[in-house]
Design a protein around this ligand. Structure first.
Ligand SMILES: [Fe+2]
Length: 199
């Protein structure tokens, strides 16, 4: 099918923001690309609709775009963040929603909340709004599962890279607390045979 002018415009906006993020922090851009691939697989495993799949793809690419607004001293800090610095880092989900809304590239009433809520925990202890369980958009819950796996599998200044077994052990302990148990169960089955499984 030929790509429409709107499709080309959307792809251009995504690419421009992706390049901008890469200029700030190449890790985050690479992380978003891996999260996209894992989210696509988990979306299929969870049986989401074709329309939701399109929303999930674009939100996976954009979910951390708000890190453009996090100061270098925090985003690139070679060490653990202080409580005040964590406040600045956590603001990226709301900043991401604002940046994403400004692009007007998708059905914003459906997609912007997915970015805003991608760090909400299943038990209500997440941010920015402390949403709980089914009140959290399902696609945000999918993103959190794959985001968690990828974040733990790669070295960061404040986190060592863990093995697959170590990551799954942590994630199992987070079922029902941070992670949606249904979505984590599906992830557990697919990651064992995924090319994105770490050693
Ligand atoms: Fe994030």
């Amino acid at each position: 099918m030929a790509m429409s002018a709107i499709d080309r415009s959307i792809r251009g906006s995504v690419n421009a923001l992706s390049v901008a993020l890469n200029e700030r922090d190449s890790y985050t851009q690479a992380h978003c690309s891996r999260v996209l691939m894992l989210a696509e697989a988990l979306g299929i495993a969870c049986g989401i609709s074709t329309e939701d799949h399109a929303h999930l793809r674009i939100c996976a690419l954009f979910h951390d775009i708000g890190k453009l607004g996090v100061p270098d001293s925090v985003l690139l800090k070679p060490g653990r963040l202080t409580p005040d610095e964590w406040v600045l880092m956590k603001a990226h989900s709301e900043q991401g929603e604002r940046i994403f809304r400004a692009t007007e590239i998708a059905k914003l009433e459906l997609t912007a909340p997915i970015i805003r809520h991608h760090h909400e925990s299943y038990d209500g202890s997440g941010y920015p709004d402390g949403l709980k369980g089914e009140a959290i958009p399902p696609l945000s819950r999918i993103l959190l599962v794959v985001d968690s796996y990828d974040a733990m599998s790669h070295l960061r200044p404040y986190n060592k890279a863990r093995s697959h077994r170590e990551i799954i052990h942590v994630m199992e302990s987070e079922q029902g607390e941070k992670l949606d148990p249904f979505m984590f169960g599906n992830f557990l089955r697919l990651i064992e045979h995924s090319a994105l499984r770490v050693n």
